[in-house]
Design a protein around this ligand. Sequence first.
Ligand code: ARG
Length: 610
Amino acid sequence: MTDLATKLSVAAGAVFESMGLDAELGQVRRSDRPDLADFQCNGAMVAGKRAKKNPREVAAEVAPKIEALDFVESVDVAGPGFLNIKVSAQALQERAAQVLTDPQSGGGKVETPRHVMMDFGGWNVAKPMHIGHLRSTIIGDSLQRLFRFLGDDVVSDVHLGDWGLQMGLLIVGVSEEQPDLPYFDADFDGEYPSESPVSMDDLERLYPLYAGMMKEESVVETVEDGKSVFKKVPNPAYREEIRSLAQTATADLQAGRRGYRALWKHFCDVTQIGLERECGELGVKFDLWKGESDANVLLPEITEDLKSRNIAVLSEGAWVIHIERESDKKDMPPFMLVNSQGAVGYHATDLGTILDRKRTNKPDLTLYVVDARQALHFEQVFRAAQLAGYENEDALEHIGFGTMNGKDGKPFKTREGGVLKLYDFISQAKDKARERLEETGMGADYPAEERADIADKVALAAIKFADLSNVRTKNYVFDLDQFVAFEGKTGPYLLYAAVRVKSLMRRAKEEGIQAGEIKIELKEERALALQLDAFETALKLAYENRTPHGVCDHVYTLAQAFSSFWTNAPILKAGVPDEVKASRLALAQATLKQLEAGLYLIGIETPERM
Ligand code: ARG
């Protein structure tokens, strides 16, 4: 099944080819002037330029041949040689009817499905779950839904940050607060008991507390002459020995000290339980809950291998891989395999993870949905993987994204300037959604439980749509008031649009109206059918460029096209002939189906009513 845009491009391409020209020239796109045409083609312009012929002449030659196609109604030559193409109502009717029965809702499928690994989430054990990881989770989830929908076999991995200095730091913290725990005995050889000595709250308190002790100075903000001034002052909490204690504990943990491993396992489990709950709330599922630590078992083998092949070399006591290339325009620091203290870090665990995945999942492609500020890190890791021969660097892609800022233009914080916890962030959005629903009076007479469920869905739609509708790589300002609004290009607007169609369906059912054959007559019907046709191309582009905002744009334009259709093409009104009602109802059904499919791809669930 193909969309009309593709069908037309192929057929127009054949026309160009029959004239000894390039088939590529037949490429059409949706017209910017829907009043004049459905599609436009600039091929004659290009061909004219290439052959040093008047483009209008080329256009005049091509136009009748395209017009002769059975699914084309008319072709006009405009301006210096543009082709303005209108497809037949029959073709649009058939296409809309297809969307209604197609399991893909007209979204298409990839030709050759691949095994795709998606590394996103990237939450850290014990560190507060902050907004940067939320973006990764939302964008990554949308991409995993999109890739799966189009037929790829996707495995998603949260890649928990569970292996750095923060682990040693926590061990130190717990050892000071609960020194009597058996885990600290050097010869601890007990099993891993089921009861955790620490809760998530403990971890979230301990981590910043002990991280604070590692800093000699802290920054304080004072207000002088109405301006805020930042000053460095000696940190009263500073404890000189903490860093080295944490380093030793980390090294011992990595070397396999049993008590530390058992305690560390508790940290990971407690964090994972909390995260799984929050991801559940967000409607995000990961196939794998692996972490940086899973690469650990492979690291001795990797270091041996790379040393023996002289890929890793000794430099100032550290084992590094030189990855710079002649074509480099910027500085390319070496890849750090083992540092001068003998410890492995973020580079090494990522390289180990690549080898692990190569062996267990055999991906054709791996996407890393991680903050754009880590671009250098991934460049280094990918080059090292290529040099080592563990993975082809073309099969590894960093999908970077910008920061989510507060209204002050700075990274989103709590009102007090602290790191905003994911849980609190979502609660704030839910409160705001509840407020908004109350103001509008929506669902005022529904049971309390249903109202709460609607508010939750509105909040998540607001957060996800706001995030995904931006060009991924850009920073954006998170404005809760604006995003929870039911007007404008927002998630709640789209939910409302979908719910309106659902309520229309219910009323049509009550009145015994049944969907029937689609007949395109009004210009609003034509516009809606063309929009339904555009889903396939929208998904294709979003897929190729890894840009969920393309899906957002599509669902938004679809909702708008439906809105004009709804105003001008009544279904329930008395006096409308039965077959017209039946046709319009079928168009509405196709719209709802595609709208829900599109919203699903951006992780948004619609309530039955609002
Ligand atoms: N935990 C890391 C951080 O907070 C992100 C992990 C991203 N994924 C990866 N394979 N490096 O920065």
